[in-house]
Structure formats: structure tokens, C-alpha cells
Design a protein around this ligand. Structure first.
Ligand code: PMP
Length: 434
């Protein structure tokens, strides 16, 4: 197709008429015009390998997913007040992957909406509104979600934790408050401290919400045993446990389909988003019969788009694809390969302080000899990789973690290409200057 509007005109219009706090990636923004599997293609036909997009879970514009959406869209799209096979079919696909206790689903349109609904359920089920969450956690863009996202309220433009949010230190065994092996008890004690603070205020705990690997925190893996200990303490205080699987869910972590399963716990509520719709706005909340019954207190839950036949056709096809094409296994194999290769790189380039993550949800943390974060080098790497046609993202409170979370159809060749160019760039003067 002809490009009739110049990129600078697109940028200028955005600046004037689109939200002032929307950001653009890269100093010279890219205009993408097509997606294809693990690749994005820009206006000049340049193909980029995408290691960022955990939304395009089974591949950008996956043929079967697109077809499922197109066919249903041509036939019917309505709200969920009429009977329809698709909503039941998607529920069944999800329930098959979840522990038997988590067998009630509500469908919504975004991760934020899923967490928002989860907290409404908590309030209805416990009568409490105090939430315990991790430092640098992110749970979405709505009022309630921002109020429990330290990543936002402790960052630029934020005003700190609201009265009913209680933040415990990021359970980061590399550069966190407690480091090294066996930190689970210490971080679980920090959760207990927050429970005690809620009690001292004369109130009860509503919920504990956390991601199984803390994404915005810089791909921080929870210390082994931490989640089980924290859940025990929260439940003893009458609170519910929420696993935010919006980033990590649907097979990405390789060993297990859901992140909480890595930790041998069963949450009361699980929130699911991004990958479920493979780019289409679709998210879900899974909960127990008990929570669902308490939430159904007489007030109808209505969601205009949630659970519509088109979204459900898409979601069911995404899950079928993950299962049929053994993509969880692929995420495991390639994740293990990449992690081993990154560890080799870390031996060669000491600024790689830590390599972590599971499956195709990995992080590489760059630090100097005193463990000071190297944000400039991390940014340089992501930008140089783009020059070689590889898209990468950075995160963490100190912006020094390179994140790898590609579509899980990623191949061995893709992984090798990634390592090849990373190795090349780690040898550049700018990277060696520290
Ligand atoms: N939870 C987590 C862990 C997330 O990473 C995000 C989005 N980055 C959300 C919730 C919110 O999802 P959405 O942007 O779809 O509302």
C-alpha cells in the first residue's frame, strides 16, 4: 500500500491530538504495517524479529486465529445475554488448564478490567478493601489498578501508596532487600508485616496480588517457597490470593501452563489477559465457586463486550493452538536454551549480573562491579539490536533489565540469531567501557 502520510506528519498529529502521556518506542519511531508470526514488518518492508510481544502469543496475525475471528465477525457479534457456544467453548478450554477449584470464569476486555473485577470480587467476598502488593508491581491502568501498582504510584507523576494499599519489598534475590539463596522466609515476613499494619489500623486484609514473575520489576522470579508461605499468612488473616497471569500466562513459562503452578499454590482468583486474545482485546477472571457465589450478591454483572462470540472464538483458537502445536513445550525448550546461552555470555561479559526467568519470559540484568545498574548500556543494547532488525524491551525500577518475551512460536534459529547479535553488541566499545 502507498504511504500517503509522512512519519513526521503522523508524529505531529499524535503530539497535538492524542494523549499527552502516550509514549513512542525508539528515537526514530518505526511505522509497522504488517505482522507475520514472530516478525513485524515496517513501511519500507524491513522485517524485525519480535522478542517483545507476549501479546502475539501464537504469532502475529496467526492464520487460524484471524480466520476464527473473521468468520464469527461476519456471522454474529452480540453481548453474552444470548446463548452461544463460543463462550462455553472458551470457558472449557480455560478450565481444562486450571486446577479443579478454579472453575468459574468471567470474561472481560483487558488485563486492567480483569484485575479491577478481581478486586470487586475480593470486596464482595471478604468485606475488606485493603490490598497487599509487591513493590514495583504493575496491575493495570484503571483507578483501582493504579492504586495497587507501585510501579506507577512510586514512579514519575505518582503520589505514593494510597491508604488501603500495602507494599512489601520487591522479592528480588539479586539486588533486593534480601539477597542470595533462601530468602523466601524473609520476604514472607515482609508480607506478614503488612498484614500486621492492616490489623493495627483496625481493618482486615482483602487480598494479596502478585505476578508469578514480576515483569515490570525486571523479570523478578519469586524466591522458591515464598508464594506458599505468603499465601498461608494472607489466608490466615482472612484474605484472598490473586495471581496476575496477564503477562506470563497461557504456557509461556514452559514448565507449567500458569505461573502460580511453578510455586505449587492454588490462588482464589486468577487474572488472564494479553496472550488470550493474541492481540484482540480479551481477558478473563477465573475464580472458585465460593468467590463467584459471594460476588453474585444480587447485583447483575454486565459487560457489553466481555464474552462476545467474536472474542471467544479468537480466545478458544489461541488456546487450541497452544495445545495442538505443543507451544508450551517449545517455550520450555527454547527458554532453557536461551538461558544457558545467556549464562555463557555472562561469563564472557561481566556486566551481565543476572540471568533469570522461565520459558520464554526471561531477563538479563546489567550492572557494574558494585552492582550499580547500567541503564545507559541496557538502552544502548536495545537500540543497537533494533539496527540489526531485532526488537527488544527494557524494564525494572532502574531500567537495566533486558526483557525477552517473544511470541512462543519462536524457533531455534530465532534464538540463535538473537544470541549472535547480542554477542556482537556486547563487544562494542560503549558496552565494554564499564
Ligand atoms: N497486569 C499485568 C501484570 C500487566 O503487565 C498488565 C499490562 N502491562 C496489566 C495487568 C494490564 O493489562 P491491560 O494493559 O491489558 O489493561
Amino acid at each position: 500500500p502507498k504511504n500517503t502520510i509522512s512519519n513526521s506528519d503522523l508524529i505531529n498529529y499524535r503530539k497535538e491530538h492524542l494523549g499527552k502521556s502516550l509514549s513512542l518506542q525508539y528515537k526514530i519511531p518505526i511505522k509497522m504495517v504488517r505482522g507475520n508470526g514472530q516478525y513485524l514488518i515496517d513501511q519500507y518492508g524491513k522485517k524485525y524479529l519480535d522478542t517483545v510481544n507476549n501479546v502475539a502469543h501464537v504469532g502475529h496475525e496467526n492464520y487460524n486465529v484471524v480466520k476464527a475471528g473473521q468468520q464469527q465477525m461476519a456471522l454474529l457479534n452480540t453481548n453474552s445475554r444470548y446463548l452461544h457456544e463460543n463462550i462455553n467453548a472458551l470457558a472449557k478450554e480455560l478450565i481444562e488448564t486450571l486446577p479443579p477449584e478454579l472453575n468459574v470464569l468471567h470474561f472481560v476486555n483487558s488485563g486492567s478490567e480483569a484485575n479491577e473485577l478481581a478486586i470487586r470480587m475480593v470486596k464482595a467476598a471478604t468485606g475488606e478493601r485493603d490490598i497487599i502488593a509487591s513493590e514495583i508491581g504493575y496491575h493495570g491502568n484503571s483507578n483501582m489498578c493504579i492504586d495497587m501498582s507501585s510501579y506507577k504510584f512510586d514512579g514519575k507523576g505518582g503520589k505514593g501508596a494510597p491508604e488501603h494499599t500495602h507494599i512489601f519489598p520487591l522479592p528480588d534475590a539479586f539486588r533486593g532487600k534480601y539477597r542470595g539463596e533462601n530468602t523466601a522466609d524473609k520476604y514472607a515476613e515482609e508480607v506478614q508485616k503488612q498484614i500486621d499494619i492492616v490489623h493495627k489500623k483496625g481493618r482486615g486484609v482483602g487480598a494479596f496480588i502478585i505476578e508469578p514473575i514480576i515483569s515490570c520489576g525486571g523479570q523478578v522470579e519469586l524466591p522458591e517457597g515464598f508464594l506458599a508461605k505468603a499465601y498461608k499468612k494472607v489466608r490466615a488473616a482472612g484474605g484472598l490470593c490473586i495471581s496476575d497471569e496477564v503477562q506470563v500466562g497461557c504456557g509461556r513459562l514452559g514448565k507449567t501452563f500458569w505461573g502460580f503452578q511453578l510455586h505449587n499454590v492454588t490462588p482464589d482468583i486468577v487474572t488472564i489477559g494479553k496472550p488470550l486474545g493474541n492481540g484482540h482485546p480479551l481477558a478473563a477472571v477465573a475464580c472458585t465457586q465460593e468467590v463467584a457465589n459471594k460476588f453474585a450478591n444480587g447485583m447483575e454483572y454486565f459487560n457489553t463486550f466481555g464474552g462476545n462470540p467474536v472474542s471467544c472464538a479468537i480466545g478458544a483458537e489461541v488456546l487450541k493452538t497452544v495445545k495442538r502445536d505443543n507451544l508450551q513445550q517449545n517455550a520450555l525448550n527454547l527458554g532453557e536454551f536461551l538461558k544457558a546461552e545467556f549464562k555463557k555470555l555472562a561469563k564472557e561479559f561481566p556486566i551481565i549480573g543476572d540471568v533469570r526467568g522461565q520459558g520464554l519470559f526471561l531477563g538479563i540484568e546489567l550492572v557494574d562491579a558494585n552492582l550499580n545498574p547500567l541503564a545507559a548500556q541496557t538502552d544502548y543494547l536495545a537500540n543497537r539490536m533494533k539496527d540489526y532488525g531485532i526488537l527488544m524491551s527494557t524494564d525494572g525500577p532502574d531500567h537495566n533489565v533486558l526483557k525477552i518475551k517473544p511470541p512462543i512460536i519462536f524457533t531455534q534459529e530465532n534464538a540463535e540469531e538473537l544470541i549472535l547479535y547480542l554477542t556482537k553488541i556486547f563487544k562494542e566499545d560503549f558496552m565494554l567501557s564499564k
